[in-house]
Design a protein around this ligand. Structure first.
Ligand SMILES: Cc1ncc(COP(=O)(O)O)c(C=O)c1O
Length: 385
């Protein structure tokens, strides 16, 4: 018998996978499922990036690399953040990781001690809290649901959430799962709080290229924030490279030095030829064109879905970026609702409880407008809407 560690018992498998596993099972059995449960763009990786990947393989880039990443990638990531997001990082500030998720995991491991508290905003991406628990910490939630998922009206609640045990705030905008983009005043509020209480902040900006209309600052730019901010980004969403598994953290060098220890003792380094492909994506492609096309597609699908639900009397807080929509449902058990929706309506959605907001489900806008229309029809026909 294996006696499992308490910290592993304390977390559940990622809920989105519960639904996507069910979708895969039913699809394999021949059912036509419209799968809006997955968190990845339904767009092919741009051909030049695929070609650059092949070139990297042909060029023999198949060995270990320096743990923090090849110099070319660290430079490209820093330049990308500086040029596009107005930040001010050098290659020494960057650690390249297998996905932004690993950069977040390493960051939480680096900052959070057992008993520490970490503030997250609900609805929250489903992996932050498990990461905190695996580090022995405790997540303290600030609920944005009463404010249509906006942070600015909840800044007082954020103040109240701080205690002497608070070690970290995790900010994510555009938000997975609500698609909200936090206002500049909200960013300023987080800045003031972090500086007043001497807190570290993670700013997960992985969807920053996919903001539809308004602009959004980067947190590390604010006065007093560079030294206390870990910026997370990567190539998964912007370049539709989820399976490459390549992300990065950018942070002051005292953080990258400490996090680099966790990195080198866990993954050694990100995959060599993938790092070359990511360096190419970040420095040699037309990001405006790639992300611009995606953004336009997601915005149209957002409008379609929001309008179709509005026609059926369901009001949806309108997402401002990324490719997610939170939909209110009338059920006490959103997991069961989602399982039934897959089986009976053939539509894959993720239960809100995965994000700390039961009573909602998340749709990813990762199928065509026609299929999204068909999904809403199916849900309505089967009595889910
Ligand atoms: C909010 C957020 N942060 C980070 C990630 C990690 O992405 P990846 O590990 O593919 O870079 C995701 C992926 O879904 C996400 O939604």
């Amino acid at each position: 018998m294996i006696d499992f560690a308490e910290r592993v018992d304390a977390v559940e498998p990622a809920a989105p996978f519960v639904i996507s596993n069910l979708v895969s099972e039913l699809t394999a059995a021949g059912h036509d499922i419209i799968d809006l449960s997955v968190g990845q763009p339904d767009v092919e990786t741009p051909t030049p990036i695929v070609e650059a990947t092949k070139d990297a393989l042909d060029g023999g880039h198949t060995t270990y690399t320096p743990s923090d990443g090849i110099p070319k990638l660290r430079r490209a990531a820093a330049d990308y953040l500086n040029d596009r997001h107005g930040l001010d990082y050098g290659p020494e500030n960057v650690v390249a990781t297998p996905g932004g998720k690993q950069a977040l995991f390493e960051t939480v491991q680096t900052i959070v001690d057992p008993g520490d508290e970490v503030i997250v905003f609900e609805p929250t991406w489903s992996s932050y809290e498990p990461m905190v628990k695996l580090a022995g910490g405790e997540a303290v939630r600030v609920d944005l649901a009463p404010h249509d998922f906006h942070l600015e009206p909840a800044l007082d609640d954020l103040q109240e959430a701080v205690s002497e045990d608070t070690a970290l705030v995790i900010l994510n905008s555009p938000v997975n799962p609500s698609g909200m983009v936090f206002s500049e005043a909200a960013f300023r509020g987080v800045r003031d709080l972090a500086v007043d209480h001497d807190l570290a902040v993670v700013s997960d900006e992985i969807y920053k290229e996919l903001i539809f209309e308004k602009d959004q600052p980067s947190l590390a730019n604010y006065d007093g924030m560079f030294d206390r901010t870990v910026t997370i980004n990567g190539v998964s969403k912007t370049f539709s490279m989820t399976g490459y598994r390549l992300g990065f953290m950018a942070a002051p060098t005292d953080h990258t030095t400490q996090a680099g220890k966790v990195h080198s003792h866990s993954v050694s380094c990100a995959t060599n030829f993938v790092q070359h492909a990511a360096a190419y994506a970040l420095s040699e492609t037309d990001v405006d064109a790639i992300a611009g096309d995606m953004k336009e597609t997601f915005r149209r699908r957002r409008d379609t879905l929001v309008d179709l639900f509005a026609e059926r009397g369901v009001d949806i807080p309108v997402p401002e970026g990324a490719f997610y929509v939170m939909i209110p449902i009338e059920s006490d058990d959103d997991m069961q609702w989602c399982k039934d929706a897959v089986r009976e309506a053939g539509v894959g959605l993720v239960p809100g409880r995965a994000f700390g907001t039961p009573g909602w489900v998340r749709a990813s806008l990762v199928d065509t407008e026609e299929r999204i229309e068909a999904a809403v029809d199916r849900l309505a026909t089967e009595g889910f809407v």
